[in-house]
Design a protein around this ligand. Sequence first.
Ligand SMILES: [Zn+2]
Length: 212
Amino acid sequence: MTLSISPDDIRQQSIRTVPQSPVSDEEMQQAVRTLLLGLGEDPDREGLLDTPKRVVKALKFLTSGYHQSLDELLNGAIFHEDADEMVLVRDIDLFSSCEHHILPILGRAHVAYIPNGKVIGLSKIARICEMYGRRLQVQERLTQQIAGALQGLLQPQGVAVVVEATHMCMVMRGVQKPGSWTVTSSMQGVFADDARTRQEFMNLIRHSPSFH
Ligand SMILES: [Zn+2]
């Protein structure tokens, strides 16, 4: 599916972070302990003694993208440049967590833009994917946020983002469909308006070895 982005979305997502949690680590650990009890486990057995602490630490890391902003992530890595050819970073590893089950979403992102006077450090494109990945997500929004960030930062001639991912909540439970991939895309500017530019991008990301 192709998603559209309003200027409001872009403005919001560049500043949206979650305020410091009013819940203490101890309370979070207690909640994990309760979960273990609910699962019929004995949270006091040796193997599980430190599990609440570990789970809280892991979840905080996996959602640490809430506490990052585009500004600090970029650290000034936007440059004025006359280039107007497509810039493509493909096969960016993407790790996220679905907001419905807090289970992993694993996949790849392919991100392209056509500059309009400004370019961004290439590694920053991967860092932007990482920042939005480290939040509770649905794949559609993740795709849109990556595109919206580049659109807002660079005002390029166009942005194209394709995310291909597999959702552990589908693979390990529910419909149990290992090997199913969900593909989402967001096409902005010339990628939305010009079929040839879009096709060029799609040809460039067409697989090769990204999935085995
Ligand atoms: Zn899910």
